[in-house]
Design a protein. Structure first.
Lengths: 408, 408
């Protein structure tokens, strides 16, 4: 039974088991998923902080009419605790703690030093000016980073600022990768005659590494031989995820689903109304792992690593946001969907005269994965839609884009 | 002298020295920059390849009127070399080599097996149908991946398919990171009174690691003391890049540019008409390295790692595309630029009713780097523009977005 792409995701996601917790050093948290809410350990800023270089005064509203005595200097990292009377001020630098009783900082640009060491100001100021108040950014105890966040360098800055040097993150699922096909040889082998080099497994290993799964069990290539496939599948079922490319179509030699059944894998779905990727198989292993069978078509593997597999991996790693998020952008040219399902078309983004448009990349079909190297991602043509006119806004998924250019 | 953001980049980029070459294994090339054009070692596909399961025939135009004798079977990875007469065909599977003299594949769906082992076809077919022709994707010798490409998992697939197991990439520049400020302590130290934890260095280390520079020399924190700063700078000048946060503003304690001059660093620029990041310093070291001084403001550090430093690092690593590429998207609300330069405002992308809009994130100013955790990137308000109305398309740089969501 063929299901829609959305039904396919909705039927596999609930089967995914979330992993346990582990501690990592702050220097290694980028790409990990936060296990527990991170709370502010103190107010941010932790004290009233000078936002400009200048003079700290106790506001009276008569700053432009008064001559001030400079009774001290306070730099970032030092505290000032002298006595200050009426008409006293202190010199203060950006980032320094504004000591009581002062409540206002007058920027150095409007100050004038008098010959007697006093200082005058050229303009009136507002009370509290040029001070970042204690806790104005964040109050102590507030949630700084919610559990389930995919951690970026920004979060490292936040974690560093509150002194969190060890961080609890979700453990990553173990993943195994297997390629099937008697026509396949490895890249380091010599390719002749009807043999094709295995690119899918090396794509998957690289994409898994990039997505934060560097430790993957690579099971190699297995020919289209039932016994050998079953034996490799049994090895892979030790892992939380087993990703298989090839052998899931209806042809005589596409025997992976049968071999999976023989290994006790419960079929969740086989065939999705999506192009590329129609023969996708998903199942649950006897020890509650997930098995995904992808067609041998390299473009389908590239698309569905991001559109189907990565959401499952992210969910298994505790991520709150695990689905690809589209950007709505207009099509440069008409796009056509001759398939009986949803179509994910590879495309790149181009900007012309202040408008960014989605440019479909013509493909000779399933084997033309070299075209995909020029793509920034995919856009979708919904199931049942045959034609989208130029200019129509589509859901573009920038799954491959690096957003870099020669000319900015 | 203050320069524009574009002038700043244009004055530093030519000073950047490109690094040498090194070999890496295919399994480690993601994120590296390709040194030399990669050419196709053979045609892709390397032979006429069946695109469907079916029967290979020699086209006559009378396929629907003929009964065919099935004289063999060919699977992917095997070759067929029998003799075929008129009215002979062979069973063939997707991905298999179509042997001569056959030139057309008729899909299994329109075939009918006769009781005598012969096969008939229900409909006429076109010559060459269901065959991917040799070289139709790529001709032998064509450039598959140009030099200067930032390699992604897609490129790994391409490299694997042509058997390139070792790849020449550009060597990465050595980078040193230094924080200045007497108010700073490290995240693993206890923060009290006027002290602030160093977040900038740990952001930079994490961002460098994410950008493919995992081996960075971290010089720690140096207080606002001329001699100590000079000594640390001398250490950092051994590297190709020295990134310093803090100490570049005009305040009394902002002494980094003076210390750099004392170390023989030639000033390229100091002060850029951009907010945040106005006090940015750039210089060239005696051994032709690049020194960048950033203000201590964490948002400025986060923005300019991507908008100013990463382009330089990418150029030094041989990248053809090194500038951030914008997406043009409409503003959700009016945006204001009170600065005297270009403004980079932090923002997130939201989709509503089929439209993606740029939502500015209100910031309390320089210290509010926690807000940046919710941002997908920055949009620019050009120098001289005070106000952009809601709905106006802006240049949005998705420098921090992961394009993931709860609901797709």
């Amino acid at each position: 039974m063929t299901v829609t792409y959305e039904e396919a995701l909705a039927s596999v996601l609930p089967v995914v088991r979330v992993q346990e917790v582990r501690d990592v050093r702050l220097s290694s948290v980028v790409g990990e998923i936060l296990f527990r809410d991170v709370l502010a350990d103190r107010n941010i800023p932790p004290f009233p902080r000078a936002a400009m270089d200048g003079y700290a005064v106790l506001w009276t509203g008569k700053e432009a009419d008064t001559s001030y005595r400079v009774v001290g200097t306070v730099n970032p990292g030092s505290a000032w605790s002298g006595d200050a009377g009426d008409g006293d001020c202190i010199r203060i630098m950006t980032g320094a703690m504004v000591p009581p009783p002062f409540d206002t900082v007058i920027q150095v640009e409007i100050s004038q030093a008098a010959p007697d060491g006093a200082v005058r100001f050229a303009a009136p100021v507002k009370r509290g000016e040029n001070i970042a108040r204690e806790g104005e950014d964040v109050r102590k105890g507030a949630v700084l980073i919610p559990a389930g966040t995919l951690l970026s360098p920004h979060h490292v800055a936040t974690l560093a600022s509150i002194g969190q040097w060890e961080v609890e993150v979700f453990r990553r699922p173990a993943v195994a990768v297997l390629a099937t096909g008697s026509e396949l040889i490895e890249p380091w082998e010599s390719a002749q005659g009807p043999m094709i080099r295995n690119s899918n497994s090396h794509f998957l290993l690289a994409a898994l590494k990039q997505a934060g799964f560097p430790e993957v069990r690579y099971l190699g290539i297995v020919p289209d031989d039932r016994e050998k496939i079953v034996s490799k599948i049994r090895e892979g079922l030790d892992c939380d995820f087993l990703l298989i490319s090839g052998g899931v179509s209806v042809g005589d030699v596409d025997i992976v689903p049968n071999c999976l059944a023989a290994c006790g894998v419960r079929k969740i779905l086989h065939k999705v109304a999506v192009k590329p990727g129609k023969p996708i198989f998903a199942g649950e292993s006897p020890r509650s792992g997930i098995v995904i069978g992808l067609p041998g078509n390299p473009v389908a593997v590239m698309v569905h690593f991001h559109m189907f597999i990565r959401p499952l991996l992210l969910k298994a790693t505790g991520a709150a946001d695990y689905l690809p998020k589209p950007v709505h952008l207009p099509l440069a040219e008409e796009a056509v969907n001759n398939s009986s399902g949803k179509k994910f078309s590879i495309a790149r983004l181009e900007s012309k005269e202040g408008e960014t448009v989605v440019v479909e990349i013509p493909s000779h079909g399933s084997g033309d994965f070299v075209s995909a190297c020029r793509a920034d991602g995919v856009f979708e043509i919904p199931l049942g839609t045959v034609r989208l006119p130029a200019g129509r806004r589509v859901r573009f998924f920038p799954i491959w884009g690096n957003f870099l250019s020669k000319d900015g």
